[in-house]
Design a protein around this ligand. Structure first.
Ligand code: SF4
Length: 141
């Protein structure tokens, strides 16, 4: 399996369940990107508007225990972190923010890598959506 090249500015990576939209309650692995230029009036995450100095990565699924690593994070290391969080056990992966599309190269490299890694382990479907497009239907693999 080819490892994704490049880096990304990230805020946090963690395993949880989707809390909004049509897939509420589904197991989801969240990759929250740093920086956003949209300034939505309803934003509940203004702390993500600027690039993050450090990214908090959950170290084991369901523990809530996180380790802080400096940004930018290598995508190959991020993929490894997602696999340690049992990527294939999730129904969805959510690339959220912040605004992931401010880092299009990272999204373009990471999304297929997550999909390929998950396929090797389960029937995960992967969704790639910015925070502003919450509720968008996932693309089936
Ligand atoms: S896109 Fe998301 S992070 Fe950015 S301002 Fe809107 S709600 Fe906040």
């Amino acid at each position: 399996m080819a490892e994704p090249a490049g880096t990304a500015n990230l805020v946090e990576v963690f395993s949880s369940v989707q809390g909004e939209g049509p897939h509420v309650g589904e197991t989801t692995l969240f990759v929250r990107f740093g920086e956003c230029d949209l300034r939505c009036a309803w934003c509940d995450s203004p702390g993500t508007w600027k690039p993050a100095k450090r990214c908090r990565i959950e170290i084991a699924r369901g523990t809530g225990k996180r380790v802080a690593v400096p940004n930018p994070v290598a995508l190959s290391a991020l993929l490894g972190a997602c696999e340690r969080l049992e990527l294939g056990a999730h129904r969805f992966a959510s690339l959220t923010g912040g605004e992931p599309l401010l880092q299009p190269e990272a999204v373009a490299a990471l999304a297929p890598a997550l999909r390929a890694a998950a396929r090797a382990r389960s029937s995960i479907r992967s969704t790639s959506a910015s925070c502003a497009s919450r509720g968008a239907r996932p693309r089936s693999s």
